[in-house]
Every structure is written in structure tokens, then in C-alpha cells.
Design a protein. Structure first.
Length: 242
């Protein structure tokens, strides 16, 4: 569902920085694909290119067969994008927020879809409160509902559990597992290695804009001789630094 080939993105400030350096990977249906790396590795830039928020300098990327550069509107209709900092409109209530995005996405019977998501994510107790008065966990639940209101086949998640407490985080991780069971493709970036160990079928470790390794957790264990993903991650990054 996601194909990335030799993706390159550079930024020019006082010097040219290559944030994404010939990155390639494929993510399939019914799969959680983890994109892991330290801060500044190029993860978020890659995800923003796939979400059509940035354009690449070279290489290709497609989502559900749609080229991110040539068919950006179709790509946006095929994905649900969510990060730890996805915002809500403060003056809208939680219900109004979800309904607003249901209408933007052209959802059939947006009211019924909104009600279903409010029930699914246990938003009912605060559905009529303004978003600027909600807790961090409440806001993230609304953001999740907003991201999937059009029932997209692909989810692109950039550190979505940042700032959430354990209970809300577990609710969200169960949702990702359900999304995989439903046949969706989930591209998942996180700094929390236990989340990646629990969820990811395939893992790409990226550093300085380059992919260092791709494989299942077992394959990465065999490659590095380490058992835990945190140790695998550190060994690959430190080896690359050397």
C-alpha cells in the first residue's frame, strides 16, 4: 500500500542538509511498519512527504497506487494522518470537530459516522465540550476520530502517543492492532521501543536520513545479536556513527 523508492529531501539554511537520503521501503496491507530513528533522523520528513505536506527533491513515493506528487488529492483521501501535535479547533466541540472533518471528507451520513466514532473512542462524556477545554488525552481521542473519519485504508502515525498517559496510550495501541486486523496498512513512528516491539511486523531503522536496516524483529535480532529492540537500535546507530 506504500511504496517509497530512493526518496530524497534537502533543506537549505546556512548550509544544505539532506534530511532524507535515498530512503526506500514497502509497507503492505494488514501490516504495522515501524519507522524508527533518533531525533533528526528524517522520520517526520519522510512521513510528511507521504502525507503530501512536503514535496520530495527526487525519488518516488506512492500510497494505494497514487503518486504523492502527481495525485496528492487521492493520496489525502486514502490516508489518516496523526501526530502527537495534531491540532483541534479550540472553539469547536469534540462532536463538531469530528463532524466537520466528516463533511470535508465527503463521508456519507456524516452524523451517523460521528456518533459511531464518539462511541468507539468513549468520547461521549465530553463530546459537547469545546476542544480548548479538553485534557491532552481527550484531545488525542478527538484527533484519532478526526484522522479516521473517512475510513482510510492507510494510517500514517507520527509519535501519536506523545504526552498520553498509560491508559489512553493502551487504548490507542489496541486501535492500531484492530486497524491491522481490519486489513489496513499502518506506518508508525515512535520513540517508545516497547510500542514498536508490541506492534510492528516490519521495522526500518533510519539514521542521518538513511535506512540502516529493515526487517522483522527476529531478523534484526539475528543480524545484531541483540534481543531487545532498544539494544538493536543503539547498536545499529552507534555502528553507523563510527
Amino acid at each position: 500500500m506504500i511504496e517509497v523508492r530512493d526518496l530524497v529531501k534537502r533543506f537549505a539554511t546556512d548550509r544544505v542538509v539532506t534530511a532524507v537520503d535515498h530512503v526506500s521501503f514497502t509497507a503492505e496491507p494488514s501490516q504495522v511498519f515501524g519507522l524508527l530513528g533518533p531525533n533528526g533522523a528524517g522520520k517526520t520528513t519522510t512521513l510528511r512527504i507521504l502525507s503530501t505536506l512536503l514535496s520530495q527533491d527526487s525519488g518516488t513515493a506512492s500510497v494505494c497506487g497514487f503518486d504523492v506528487a502527481k495525485d496528492s488529492a487521492k493520496v489525502r483521501g486514502s490516508i489518516g494522518f496523526l501526530s502527537g501535535s495534531t491540532g483541534n479547533y479550540g472553539r469547536l466541540t469534540a462532536r463538531e470537530m469530528i463532524l466537520y472533518f466528516a463533511r470535508i471528507q465527503g463521508v456519507d451520513n456524516p452524523g451517523a459516522r460521528t456518533d459511531a466514532l464518539i462511541e468507539r473512542f468513549e468520547i461521549g462524556n465530553f463530546a459537547n465540550q469545546r476542544c480548548d477545554r479538553l485534557s491532552t488525552g481527550m484531545k488525542q481521542k478527538v484527533s484519532i476520530a478526526r484522522a479516521i473519519v473517512h475510513d482510510p485504508p492507510v494510517l500514517i502515525l507520527d509519535e501519536p502517543t506523545t504526552g498520553l498517559d498509560v491508559i489512553v496510550s493502551q487504548t490507542f495501541l489496541r486501535f492500531i492492532e484492530e486497524a491491522r486486523s481490519d486489513g489496513r496498512c499502518v506506518l508508525f513512528s515512535t520513540h517508545i521501543m516497547s510500542e514498536a516491539e508490541r506492534l510492528c511486523d516490519q521495522i526500518a531503522i533510519i539514521h542521518s536520513g538513511r535506512v540502516l536496516a529493515i526487517g522483522s524483529l527476529d531478523a534484526l535480532r539475528e543480524r545484531t545479536g541483540e534481543r531487545y529492540l532498544e539494544s538493536i537500535f543503539i547498536r545499529l546507530v552507534e555502528r553507523d556513527d563510527r
